[in-house]
Design a protein around this ligand. Structure first.
Ligand SMILES: *Cc1c(COP(=O)(O)O)cnc(C)c1O
Length: 953
């Protein structure tokens, strides 16, 4: 074996397995399988033009050298991003640990209690610091969270306001510029009218439904918003506040002055800047809005034995159910980053956080004092970590600062703001002062330390006096040994890719190679602020341009934007680009978006957010788009047709042969074709969205391009577009990016989650054309192999014209209802066999969608098939009349198996060790089946005091 070829490490199937597998699927060779799977008219004839692959060793050298092209200055730019210190124990045991980063979204709660607890901690941190009742388990970034707050408040307008069509939303001029841009993007399609101004001059007139304020303001001034909030309430205007999480250790919690929503980022809780992301944003609100809150909420419930257990609460609000009634499309969030930020609070505890906040604040006061001693005017009367100063010539300051490798925020020719952070030392403060000293003759009063102590920069009325993080979990793990063990304890409860295959259809849980992940820990990638002058980020610029170029080649399009932070955000971005394109041609009335019934729930939700009307088209009995029905709808809506959203290969796991006919039909009627790229793993190197006639697609880099799922994020959802759409690619208000007629921002940072892009960059660079194409072929082979092995045991719902699956397949579990067995029972029983269930009930209720990916070995795939076949036999043994069986009781915990009493009509051996391979590698679910309904009726979404747990028991 060639030990320096990365493809042979990434792909799990050995050369010598292939013959056996081909025989099982009854083809001569791989080429024949591909010919039988992908329609002839869309197969690529030429190989992709990509660089020759690097070995892992070469890549690591290359990426380190490239990182050196980034100039790591001390950035005091602020604007929502601050240098922070990641505790090494968190970096090593979470960020660099596949037990955490390869986990899937915790839909299977019984084998996800660890990350569910970590997320409950995160929610508790957010609730406590903001003073709110309910928080979700993260959003994509602060700006997105602010936009979600606006749309939620729009959605919960009073009946009166809805009747009279109240559309105005007040945005304080203190809001961060990138947030303002994003609010504009989101407001336009909903006809929300933004009014930007000074909150002290706001007149509270009754044509406003809501307002958003920044706390502290964008250049550091802290305002007392109590009066504003009270007046707003009197006038039925709901108030959202975008708050700095660290400042809340010292500032009055927004909940205490009665706001309705608090949003912000937790980046400064130990998450690297990463040139913009990924970071976890938070969204906290009142209990009253629990049914309207976007994203996922973790809640407490109990298991079959009445023991406390966690799971995702209120799942009925998910877009899969709400579809075009959903007001938010968020699916993938920032779970791994939320876990890290929550753990930062666990490690430091309330006193540690207060200590850090005090340190930051005191240094800011010292800096303020020192600059005033140089007779520089400092404007902020109340501040936490940011001062705003006047200078004669900001350009001269800038030159001196950059020479000293410091970045400030240059507001205009004469005004600068400087934000201090956890990593700022006294030496750093002196270095900042020096920059200004050069420009001044007056001698600095060396006693400014003592002077600073006497200043009150936070007036009493806005000082925090309420406690936070009183729960045990935040007061227990303050030594490294203790935290290391706590992290391990949680990790052990979770089944991730480092235990076994997670064959999640549509989610492509492939290998996230260590060499792809290592660069994330390199300081020269981590410590770059997203708004630094572009020359300081040369390494990033090279990497991002190259990644965008490669994705453009792979999709067969003209250009790519890396800005969206998830697949769903990519969908929204793509549709907004289509909207801008139609408008530019004077066809702004085109607002109909046709979506097949089988589409992922984010599709209709995104279309509605983009101001489009959803028309659903049918699928036929073979799972394909019903072309006759589509033709009818397209003709009917010809004049207003904006787009078709189509997933390819379809969510049914089939390469529809009519796809070119379909895309042409849409074009003939003036529409654009949006391709959902979640299934790109079946296309790379063999066909592409450009070839099938699409105009734009998003990619889920966290599916096809090796970014780990992180337990539900981070994601990166770039959009790749055809020539006519390039001018409209999204921009940023502070840094030039996107097209010449760029739409306003889709996410806060100009290149979204740049740090995570390194993973996909590595993936492409190390696999090259051959490795990528082989990956696709093997992914298809693996799926078809599973299909053959399960033949006769499970019905595969849909196949292509020649009986082939693409890279995934749907098996029908509905017939087992005759035995009283539901698809959930199979999912839970798989846990006893050491497997995470495939995708349950998407896109068809009562089914499972299996996607093995190319990274699994034949042995692992066979174990999975053995487990599925054994379960099928167990189903045959069960009778409808007797629900006391091994499936209904699954999963079986260690405490059940080792209990002195055993009252089940099957053996312990059968319950926990039904196949021999399990003895060697047993995974124990930590709780019995969780009760979802109980949890939703008794919603608890923060770490409850210990008494609450006692009550449940
Ligand atoms: C995963 C997925 C999405 C949404 O992507 P996120 O990154 O979770 O927002 C959209 N469509 C399909 C078909 C998917 O599988």
């Amino acid at each position: 074996m060639k030990t320096d070829v990365f493809a042979s490490r990434h792909i799990g199937i050995r050369e010598e397995n292939i013959q056996h597998m081909l025989k099982e699927v009854e083809v001569e060779n791989l080429e024949q399988l591909i010919v039988e799977t992908i329609p002839e008219d869309i197969r690529l004839k030429e190989p992709l033009e990509l660089d020759t692959p690097m070995s892992e060793h070469e890549f690591l050298g290359h990426i380190e050298a490239l990182s050196k092209k980034n100039k790591v200055f001390k950035s005091y730019i602020g604007l929502g991003y601050h240098e922070s210190l990641t505790p090494s124990v968190i970096k090593r045991n979470i960020l660099e640990n596949p037990g955490w980063y390869t986990a899937y979204t915790p839909y299977q709660a019984e084998i996800a209690q660890g990350r569910l607890e970590a997320l409950l901690n995160f929610q508790t941190v957010v609730c406590d610091l903001t003073g709110m009742e309910l928080a979700n388990a993260s959003l994509l970034d602060e700006s997105t969270a602010a936009a979600e707050a606006m749309t939620m408040l729009f959605d919960v307008r009073s009946r009166e306001q809805k009747k009279t069509g109240v559309l105005k939303f007040f945005v304080s001029e203190e809001i961060l510029p990138q947030t303002l841009s994003l609010l504009k993007t989101r407001a336009t399609p909903l006809n929300i009218e933004l009014v930007n101004g000074n909150h002290e001059e706001f007149d509270f007139s009754n044509d406003f439904f809501g307002a958003i304020l920044q706390y502290p303001g964008k250049y550091g001034q802290v305002h007392d918003y109590a009066e504003f909030t009270a007046k707003a309430k009197q006038n039925d205007i709901k108030v959202a506040v975008a708050a700095d999480i660290l400042s809340l250790a010292l500032l009055k919690a927004p909940g205490e002055f009665g706001v309705d929503v608090v949003v912000g980022t937790t980046q400064r809780f130990g998450i690297p800047l990463g040139y913009g992301g990924p970071h976890a944003a938070f969204f906290a609100t009142k209990e009253a809005y629990k049914r309207n809150i976007p994203g996922r909420i973790i809640g407490v419930t109990m298991d079959t034995d009445g023991k406390p257990a966690l799971r995702m609460a209120l799942q009925t609000r998910e877009q899969h159910i709400k579809r075009d009634k959903a007001t938010s499309n968020i699916c993938t969030a920032q779970v791994l980053l939320a876990v890290m930020a929550g753990m930062y609070a666990v490690y430091h505890g309330p006193e540690g956080l207060k200590y850090i906040a005090d340190k930051v604040h005191n240094k800011t006061k010292i800096l303020s004092e020192a600059l005033q001693n140089l007779s520089i005017t400092q404007h902020n009367t109340a501040y936490f970590d940011t001062i705003k100063v006047s200078v004669e010539n900001a350009q001269i300051v800038r030159e001196a600062a950059e020479k000293a490798e410091l970045n400030f925020n240059y507001i205009d020719d004469k005004t600068i703001s400087i934000s201090i952070n956890e990593a700022t030392s006294f030496k750093d403060i002196i270095a900042i002062v020096k920059v200004f000293k050069i420009l001044k003759t007056k001698v600095i009063n060396e006693d400014f330390y003592a002077e600073a102590d006497k200043i009150t920069a936070i007036p009493a009325s806005i000082q925090r006096d309420s406690p936070f993080l009183q729960n045990e979990v935040f007061n227990s793990y303050h030594s490294e040994t203790e935290l290391m063990r706590y992290i391990k304890k949680l990790e052990r409860k979770d089944l991730a890719l480092n235990h076994s295959m997670i064959s999640l259809g549509s989610c492509t849980m492939k290998l996230n190679a260590a060499s792809e992940m290592l660069p994330l820990s390199m300081a020269n990638w981590g410590n770059i602020h997203p708004f630094v002058p572009i020359e300081q980020a040369e390494g990033y610029q090279i990497m991002l341009k190259e990644l965008a170029k490669n994705l453009t080649v792979i999709t067969g399009f003209a250009d790519t934007s890396l800005q969206p932070n998830s697949g769903a955000q990519g969908e929204y971005a793509g549709l907004m680009v289509i909207r801008a394109y139609h408008e530019s041609r004077g066809e702004g009335d085109r607002n109909i978006c046709i979506i097949p019934a089988s589409a992922h729930g984010t599709n209709p939700a995104s279309a509605v957010m983009a101001g489009m009307k959803v028309v659903v088209t049918k699928t036929d009995e073979r799972g394909n788009i019903d072309v006759a029905d589509l033709e009818e709808k397209v003709t009917l809506h010809s004049e207003n047709l904006a787009a078709l959203m189509v997933t390819y290969p379809s969510t049914h796991g089939v390469f529809e042969s009519s796809i070119r006919h379909i895309t042409k039909l849409i074009h003939d009627h003036g529409g654009q074709v949006y391709m959902d790229g979640a299934n790109m793993n079946a296309q790379v190197g063999l066909t592409n969205p450009g070839m099938i006639g699409a105009d734009v697609c998003h990619l889920n880099l966290h599916k096809t391009f090796a970014i780990p799922h992180g337990g539900g994020g981070p994601g990166v959802g770039p959009i790749c577009v055809a020539e006519q759409l390039v001018p409209f690619l999204p921009g940023n208000p502070l840094v030039k990016t996107g097209g010449d007629q760029a739409i306003t921002a889709i996410s806060g940072a100009p290149w979204g989650s740049s740090l995570a892009c390194l993973i996909s960059y590595g993936y492409i660079k190390m696999l090259g054309e051959n490795g990528l194409t082989d990956s696709t072929k093997i992914a298809i082979l693996n799926a078809n192999y599973i299909k053959e092995r399960l033949e006769g045991k499970y019905d595969v719902l849909y196949t292509g014209e020649q009986g082939r699956a693409a890279h995934e397949m749907i098996i029908d579990c509905r017939p087992f209802k005759a035995h009283g067995i539901e698809v959930t029972d199979i999912a839970k029983r798989l846990m006893d066999y050491g497997f995470h269930a495939p995708t349950v009930s998407f896109p068809v209720a009562g089914t499972m969608m299996i996607e093995p990916t190319e990274s699994e070995s034949l042995d692992e795939i066979d174990r999975f098939c053995d487990a599925m076949i054994a379960i099928r036999e167990e189903i045959d043994e069960t009778q409808l009349e007797n629900p006391n069986n091994v499936l209904k009781n699954a999963p079986h915990t260690m405490s059940m198996i080792t209990s002195d009493s055993w009252e089940f009509p099957y053996s312990r051996q059968k319950a926990a060790f039904p196949l021999s391979y399990i003895e060697d590698n047993k995974f124990w679910p930590s709780v019995r089946r969780v009760d979802d309904a109980y949890g939703d009726r008794n919603l608890i979404c923060t770490c409850a005091p210990i008494e609450a747990y006692a009550e449940v028991e």
